[in-house]
Design a binder for this molecule. Structure first.
Ligand code: UT7
Length: 344
């Protein structure tokens, strides 16, 4: 069996920045509270009402396709991890398939909130490992501004919009997704949810008036479970593979709160220079945070680098993944530069 390796990365960020100062004008909050409690300085917002998650996901996929010089017809399957699909159906994956011209692909959306990318990655990896797929596109994309109540200071400061994509292919050697540990527990589903709009509470004047189509979170309670879940998931995967801190090149955590990230790293015994962080610039972009870290730090990654990914989110959903990076990221960055020059 070949491992499924990440062989290319792409991303998309809306241009508009929403800073903490901007939020001070919307709700009773301040820059210091947001920075010290969450680590966020600004986030990106997709303001155009005619563009949403499929647009961002397609752009992230297109970025990957151009960097890699990939023919979209080679893509066998597309998995989009999202909790903010353009519509309940058709799936965002179908809209992306059409937009990028992946005429031979099938695909689906996967809903696991902030663990979405992790769950989609392990699903895609098993599709490769089965031998039935050669190229699987895994995208994490969320337009969180579409379900955020900008009158609720306890949630509106936290989230941002973004998409990032990875390509999975069989590795000829021993790199790729080595193992994963994943769990769900619906006992605390009500602590972090969007209660309206589904078949239980279809949209009515009442659901709109009660704000049921916005994300709702009991932050302090979720925080406790997230700290515990992230640390345990990291410990589980490290124990299984007898990984010491010197074996790990980077921890790539979901970006919900800088304090959760710091506590997870501390419990693992990792210094901050081994932890990928982008929450300061993008906020919590839900399914996009982890692949967005790859896109940000791609140039530093080399074949064989051991990465531990860890996430926790609504559901609850949580887990970890141990993977060995498969390619020299600096070469991919150079390929992108020459593409950009050639396109001029
Ligand atoms: O992404 C997947 C899962 N999600 C998470 O992992 C998020 C987990 N939770 C968190 O990250 C944190 O709980 C938050 C960042 C959401 C909140 O931080 P906290 O330190 O837990 O604050 P808190 O909810 O306990 O609120 C403390 C105080 C409250 O005031 P009182 O009651 O002590 O007077 C809040 O009303 O801070 C107040 N507060 C704010 N003040 C200024 C809440 N939001 C704000 C705000 N600006 N934006």
């Amino acid at each position: 069996m070949s491992y499924a390796a990440i062989t290319a990365v792409g991303h998309f960020l809306p241009e508009e920045r929403l800073t903490n100062a901007d939020l001070e004008r919307l709700v009773d909050t301040d820059d210091e509270w947001i920075r010290t409690r969450t680590g966020i300085r600004e986030r990106r917002i997709l303001r155009d009402p005619d563009k949403a998650t499929a647009y961002m996901a397609s752009n992230a996929a297109q970025d990957l396709i151009e960097k890699r010089g990939l023919d979209p017809e080679e893509i066998d399957a597309i998995i989009v991890a999202t909790i903010t699909p353009d519509m309940f159906f058709p799936a965002t994956a179908c809209l992306v398939q059409h937009e990028i011209g992946a005429s031979k692909a099938w695909g689906f959306d996967l809903s696991a909130a902030c663990s979405g990318f992790l769950f989609a990655l392990s699903t895609g990896a098993q599709m490769i490992e089965s031998g039935r797929h050669e190229k699987v596109l895994v995208i994490g994309a969320d337009k969180m501004s579409g379900i955020t109540n900008f009158e609720d200071r306890s949630t509106c400061v936290l989230f941002g919009d973004a998409a990032a994509a990875v390509l999975l292919e069989p590795d000829p050697g021993d790199c790729g997704v080595i193992d994963f540990y994943q769990r769900v527990d619906g006992k605390h589903a009500g602590l972090l949810s969007m209660p309206g709009g589904g078949s239980l509470r279809p949209p009515t004047y009442e659901t709109v008036a009660k704000g049921m189509h916005f994300l709702q979170q009991q932050g302090r309670a979720v925080f406790k479970y997230a700290v515990d879940g992230m640390a345990r998931a990291a410990e589980e995967i490290m124990d299984r593979h007898q990984l010491g801190i010197d074996d790990i090149r980077y921890l790539v955590p979901h970006q919900a709160n800088q304090r959760i990230i710091d506590t997870t790293a501390r419990k693992m015994g990792l210094d901050s220079d081994k932890v990928m962080v982008n929450i300061d610039r993008y906020g919590n972009t839900t399914a996009a945070t982890i692949p967005l870290c790859f896109a940000d730090r791609e140039e530093e990654l080399r074949r064989g680098d051991a990465l531990v990914l860890v996430a926790f989110g609504g559901g609850f959903t949580w887990g970890s993944c141990y993977l060995r990076w498969a390619y020299d990221g600096s070469k991919a960055a150079r390929a992108r530069e020459s593409y950009a020059t050639a396109a001029l």
